[in-house]
Design a protein around this ligand. Sequence first.
Ligand code: OGA
Ligand code: NI
Length: 338
Amino acid sequence: MSGPVHSMKIGGQGMSSPYPIVSQSEVAIVPVIDISGLRKTARERSLVVKEIGNACGRMGFFQVVNHRIGKAVMEGALEAASAFFELPEQEKRKYESGNLREPVRYGTGLKDGEEVTRNRRFFIKHYAHPLEEWITCWPANPPNYREKMGEFSTQAREVGLELLEAITESLGLGPTYLTRRMSGSMQVIAVNFYPRPHTPSPGSTVGLPAHSDYSCLTIVLPNSPGLEILDPEDSSWKLVPVVEGALQVHVGDHLEVLSNGIYKSVVHRGIINVDETRISIASLQSLAMEEKMEPAEELIDEDHPKGYVGSSYMDFLEFLYGNELGQGWSFVDALKIK
Ligand code: OGA
Ligand code: NI
């Protein structure tokens, strides 16, 4: 089931859509890649690797199916997330913190500390790898939260590693170029909650402002549409269609750096649905906290000089402290060697 999802508008006059009207943006044409071929013959693998490489080079975004995370695991995680956000505010606020280095944080706004009162998204973020180390800090309520979110996190990490292998292979660096450095790597789970507004406003309402992810790769499980990506071809926002059972994959800033700019991190934002609460679970994978990501030597030559300075996850946190909401997404720009 590979191939583009065709362009169409939703929310126009008289259009019937299976989804609520969330935005007037055009729907993005993004590849939906069947990744089961990565585990089949060398020929089938190379076709899928090529497809993934093309998607990373064009938009920095694609969706995957046949990723091996079962429906029950995905639904279990979404249900646990929903039950968490239904808890009384004071229970959730126990996890609130202005300290970006806190391994479990509840809050609102884009990244941290910033209070966005009108159009907002709530989040809980927690470290997830190694799971045994962090899971005891995760919310104890709802009672099945740790189990359900833990299952999803472990499996999402596996999918992430499998995709990173394919991605470095597509860059000609071989499949273990990055993953061999990832045994002690970071995984952050960001669970986003976009409540349905009391008073709907016409058009799209942004819950999570434009940014690119500070990760190598981000894998997102949404319960409904609302993710928009910036199409680099015409610099317009495009709504990502939700494909049953698929996971959404974002190229993060660190892959852009590693690839020396061959792949670009995708700028994206979260839209509030007018008549439905939206939840998404994002798994962000990075190198270890203090490990610097540099452009691959193999991708630097006279015609392609080194385009980025090295940086670590910690450097990103430092950057966030000093920058305003909405500017966080330009961290990768700050790394560019002009
Ligand atoms: C994020 C994010 C998108 C979404 O958590 O970084 O971009 O679909 N989420 O909610
Ligand atoms: Ni994001």
